[in-house]
Design a protein around this ligand. Sequence first.
Ligand code: Z57
Length: 812
Amino acid sequence: MDLRQGIGPRRPGKTADEFQQDLLSNLFYRRGTTVESASARDAYETLSLTVRDRLAERRSRTAAAHFATNPRWVYYLSAEYLLGAQLEQNLLYSDTGGLAAEAVKTLGFSLEELEDLDIEPGLGNGGLGRLAACLVDSMATRDIPAVGYGIRYDFGIFHQIITEQGQTERPDDWAFHGNPWEFPAPDDRQTVGFYGRTEPIPGSPTRKRWMPGEIVLGEPSHMLVPGYGTETVNIVRLWRARGSEASFDLSRFSAGQYAEAVQEAVRAENISKVLYPDDSTELGRELRLKQQYFLVSCSLRDIIRRFRLRNEGWAEFADKTVIQLNDTHPTIAIAELMRLLVDEYEVEWDEAWSITRRTFAYTCHTLLPEALETWPVHMFERLLPRHLEIIYLINMFFLREVEARFPGDHDRVRRMSIIAEGPERRVRMAHLAVVGTEAVNGVAELHSKLLRETVLNDFAELWPAKFQNVTNGVSPRRFVKIANPRLADLITEGLGSAAWLGDLEQLAGLEALAGDASFLERWRAIKRANKVDLAAGDPDALTDVMIKRFHEYKRQQLKLLHVIAMYHRIRADPSADWVPRTVLFAGKAAPAYHAAKEIIRLIATIAARIAADPVVSPHLRVVFPENYNVTLAERIIPAADLSEQISLAGKEASGTGNMKLALNGAITIGTLDGANIEIRARVGADNFFLFGMDAYQAAGAHQQGYSPWAYYEADGELRAALDTLRAGTFGEAGQRVADSLLGRDEYLTLADFRSYVETQDEVDQVWRDPLRWAHMSVLNTAHSGFFSSDRTVADYAARIWRVAPVPVPKAD
Ligand code: Z57
């Protein structure tokens, strides 16, 4: 029965007058200030609330439609979300940009001023976190009932400062001034246990009682995730750790030990204090495992609570629920669901295991061994004793299955075990993730293939049907419409409609315009205007960008060797007709990743040296805008001419910056790695600068006696670049980078150098023919429609989740 009987809250109005009135009401009644005394921040908060109300109204209709339908749900579990700034996106998705721009003028501010105050929740490191944000956007856009679960870190990814000394880090107190986009939901708080011991339950062979030694509260809040061009508004629910009431020690307080009285609560709250700033590497710290279990435990209980709103028993749980694990970080969920079912809800083991396996799916995002999480057994045992017991049982049944399929193949059993034996036994989370899920996917064709052939080969032999590919994608709203409004307008004009924003394959229609000289001129003018806005050097220079986390496998060092080669060439012949270039690097290095920080330091040194060199600086400029984040990406990507995707083949799982740049008309120079291969297949080999060895050549190189010195000896230009570094011309960082390259050169930088430089020479040649370049640029945009995250989500929905959209009725 609907108790409201047709009565509901007054809906926010659609007219300019109503928007204006709502803005003033919010200023007075929610912000508690007046027009006369409103600060810019008052105006920002008030505008945000006014926009948020419009989405909240849609949210209430979405929740009602979902409740009525009792659909199959997607729950996305991710330790990271890089949502980006909220105001502009929410204006776009609520179609209130025009109303807002007018209304805020009456408060004495411009929309741009207020956008500058917007928060950017940096709750992630890089590609994996941004992918989570693009996927939740596209799930809402595709009307898929979904919740994204994550952690509300007090401190997000650190704020980076660049000096000539390299990178320094500052804390990112992202919600210091509050977060107007967030709804706290304290009534949905959960209780999470850690440590302690387990006890058998008499008469039950599999059930156990776990008596945790520490109890922490998880308090949720959520942010709204609107769909584009639809009524759906989903949520991302973020958990924050709090001490329980019992963690306040009254007796100590009474004894005057004030700090000691709260120390347990402080310890509890540390769990969601800070994001670990490592991308694609694992530290194996206990607090990180605590974060992971905290996210999982809170989220699973919330999922079960939501299931129970419309369903009884467990028979339908796996039909109504799919939980997607974003990498191994939330994989402990497999053991936790087993624990909840078996110990708390008294479901038989086999039945619980059947439910669990059918509920989960796992996305793997890497091939790097150092990114595959393993936890020391002794740490697990201390922190999560019951989960370790459950993992042992899962492993026992699993290894029996392996033994039955491959009798006598003891080595295979050892390789596949969830527990790695050795001097320090470890829990292999990727193995648990494969064993406990219905589907496993990689994030680009090559990556999925290499997963099957290498790291997960044994598992792919056992369960071939489990392994799939779902190529990543990016949100065209954020990375074209919002980031590059000029280009978006030209595309809409060229295609005669804005429908491409919800159906990106329509970009193919631009092909018909790629031969039109006046269209190409406008295309060029937009790129130039975007460069003027970015203000990172001569807008007529070729803007060559490498924007991504710093990691040796991504090979920023290769780009640097090319920069040094260009520097030497210009100095040798200053009056030649050089193609002017601005080389732009941006990105963060994990604070403890010394080799990556040396590379940043070296870039800073070379940038300064070139800027001070009157011979070289007219032709070549190196810039390093600091603190790369989603907002900065939105400024750089529209201004890029050349997209550097130069990882060693077989190391970059997919890449998503490569997609954003191609969509914005940058031409890729890249290896046959990750999604580069699919970009090249779509935009055409003629519109992509390919270089370097392939993944199979790369994989064999070290065993075949790879020697960086052979390349050093054979290539004079390479030798000159390395000798300059070795001589200390660019400081100690340069010497250390050269030592590493001439030492082992793990990522075969020297082997790919000649091919890279030759291809860069080709880039220069094409650049000298501006219309040819523009033509290639248009074709990159035209044929990148596949890389919409709307397509990615459609793939997951059809092949992995098997969910149907639930349309939300329009307001009457
Ligand atoms: C991360 O950002 C990625 C993989 C990881 O294992 C971790 Br941990 C963090 C990245 C990959 O390096 C990219 O190639 C990929 O495009 C991205 O995840 C999204 O799938």
